[in-house]
Ligand binder design. Structure first.
Ligand code: AMP
Ligand code: ZN
Length: 114
């Protein structure tokens, strides 16, 4: 996908602080962290948001979800827990139109989500 920031990160055209990579998944530190640990987990293939998830890309999405607990353990979050968030579309404030799951942790997070 041309002009997609996260596709460029996957391609190595834009630098990132990698925390995990496998055949289908890439994870890196958020550039503007909202918690002591703030990592973004993305499919390597371009999917715009949860709204674009369907039969045709389910295996890529499953790979991302499967990687999240592995990454959380690697980051030392498994024991105390963490939050997983994905923004979808205008009202959510989604700024990068490539599906990504925020992993937030490293402290007791505020309860309010909205
Ligand atoms: P969202 O608002 O859910 O679309 O999240 C996009 C996230 O991407 C934000 O938390 C940004 O801080 C983060 N972000 C934007 N550009 C970069 C980048 N070059 N490297 C790492 N994270 C980024
Ligand atoms: Zn993309």
């Amino acid at each position: 996908m041309e002009n997609c920031l996260f596709c460029k990160i996957v391609a190595g055209e834009i630098p990132s602080k990698k925390v995990y990579e496998d055949e289908n998944v890439y994870a890196f530190h958020d550039i503007n962290p909202n918690a002591p640990v703030h990592v973004l987990v993305i499919p390597k293939t371009h999917i715009a948001s949860v709204q674009e998830v369907g039969e045709e890309n389910l295996s890529a999405v499953a790979a991302v979800l499967k990687a999240i607990p592995v990454i959380a353990r690697q980051l030392g979050l498994a024991e105390n827990g963490y939050r997983v968030i994905t923004n979808c579309g205008e009202d959510s404030g989604q700024t990068v139109k490539h599906l990504h799951f925020h992993i937030l942790g490293g402290k007791k997070l505020p309860v309010a989500l909205a």
